[in-house]
Design a protein around this ligand. Structure first.
Ligand code: SOE
Length: 386
């Protein structure tokens, strides 16, 4: 297999990130099967036509049901808002298409499980877009843990901090509507942290959480609905039905303790997605806003030079780095999407499961829902209850 024909649904923020990945991948990863940008789909004809031209798709269409049935499509890429994921994924699986879906996988754990079952029953490959796993510095953290170089892991401490809805007049966009988004900061940002924890540390056994919606009503949006939407103070208001911030504690099966904080109310933090891991032999720290770096500390460094050191993950020793620029020439957000697409294309070529896949999506959804149950019932919740 030297190419994969893609049909993509959704053309906003994630649609653009995925389109960019499809376009740039062949230039830097020539040995990887080439994504062919067959057709992009959206509800608004003018909008999707414009996106097709701008992003480089062969065709723009408005009916996703037709798209997923086409014989000239191998992979269906789902970037529509979260409430549309399930129906599209199930239909596409039934039509025998491989699946690539943005996170969170679904609105509920039950829906996520149905999506996984549909994909397995159809025997198609499935992948979920937890793109932060694909930063070379995160791969380094994973390698140090797997090689035992941090020793026994005691702590996983993670935050995802943003501030784009701090203004109470920021409009009621779809991400603030439970029926469309499933949850707020929790499913949007916390989902990334949960996946990172699963990837680096392993399964969680118990969680306890708290959650808050600081601004209960917001002006209805005008036409723009993205992260940079603007509201009018005078517009009629509607209720915010998701969390603005959710925090939780977790115990991991391997005995480590975890803390997680996801908020859109951390003034000054635009996209602080970070973690610190402390083990018996050392620690690592990662902050996405400095995504090329991993801070590393080893207890066996000589006493007179002990301290955190900055490792720049751009040398050929690091995952994906050789495909890019000479050492020290850094990469960015968009490269995480290219790397995840490389994983997907190569998994399809090699007839193996892409990582992360819908099973990871379901595991993540189970933790999301366990935290929600814990918030509602004000108690520790075991993941095995879910
Ligand atoms: C918006 O909060 C957002 O773009 C998320 O939807 C993404 O998943 C995250 O990567 C960055 O923030």
């Amino acid at each position: 297999m030297d190419q994969v024909r893609v049909g993509m649904i959704g053309y906003k923020f994630m649609g653009k990130a995925h389109s960019h990945a499809y376009r740039d991948l062949p230039m830097f990863f020539p040995e990887t099967p080439r994504p062919v940008m067959k057709a992009i789909c959206g509800r608004n004809e003018a909008g999707v036509n414009q996106a097709a031209k701008q992003f480089g798709w062969e065709e723009a269409v408005t009916d996703w049901r037709e798209l997923v049935r086409r014989d000239d499509i191998d992979l269906v890429d789902i970037n529509a808002p979260s409430d549309a994921h399930k129906e599209i994924a199930i239909e596409a699986a039934k039509a025998g298409k491989h699946l690539f879906c943005e996170k969170p996988l679904a609105l509920t754990l039950a829906d996520a499980r149905e999506m996984l079952e549909a994909a397995e029953a159809a025997g198609v490959k499935h992948m979920i877009g937890f793109n932060y796993r694909f930063a070379p510095a995160v791969r380094l953290a994973k390698k140090l843990i797997d090689e035992g170089r941090l020793g026994r892991i005691y702590h996983f401490r993670a935050v995802f901090l943003q501030d784009w809805i701090l203004d109470p007049d920021f409009p009621l966009v779809w991400r603030l509507d439970k029926n469309v988004a499933g949850s707020g900061s929790h499913g949007d940002l916390g989902a990334h942290l949960i996946d990172m924890a699963h990837y680096l540390i392993g399964e969680m056994t118990d969680v306890v959480g708290m959650s808050e919606t600081f601004i209960k009503e917001r002006p209805m949006p005008s036409s723009m609905t993205g992260l940079s939407a603007r509201g009018s103070k005078d517009a009629p208001k509607g209720p915010v039905t998701v969390d603005d911030a959710t925090l939780f504690l977790a115990r991991f099966r391997n005995g480590a303790l975890g803390s997680f904080e996801a908020t859109r109310f951390a003034a000054g933090h635009r996209c602080t997605n970070g973690f610190e891991i402390n083990g018996s032999l050392g620690s690592v720290q990662f902050d996405f806003e400095r995504m090329n770096e991993l801070q590393v500390y080893f207890t066996d460094d000589a006493a007179d030079v002990q301290g955190f050191r900055r490792v720049l993950a751009t040398d050929p020793a690091h995952a994906y780095a050789e495909a890019w620029w000479p050492p020290g020439h850094t990469i960015g957000y968009e490269h995480t999407f290219i790397h995840e697409t490389v994983e997907l294309m190569e998994a399809l070529r090699d007839d193996r499961e892409p990582m992360p896949n819908f099973r990871d999506g379901v595991r993540c959804q189970a933790v999301l829902e366990a935290v929600e149950r814990s918030v509602e019932q004000k108690r520790w919740v075991q993941i095995s209850e879910m």
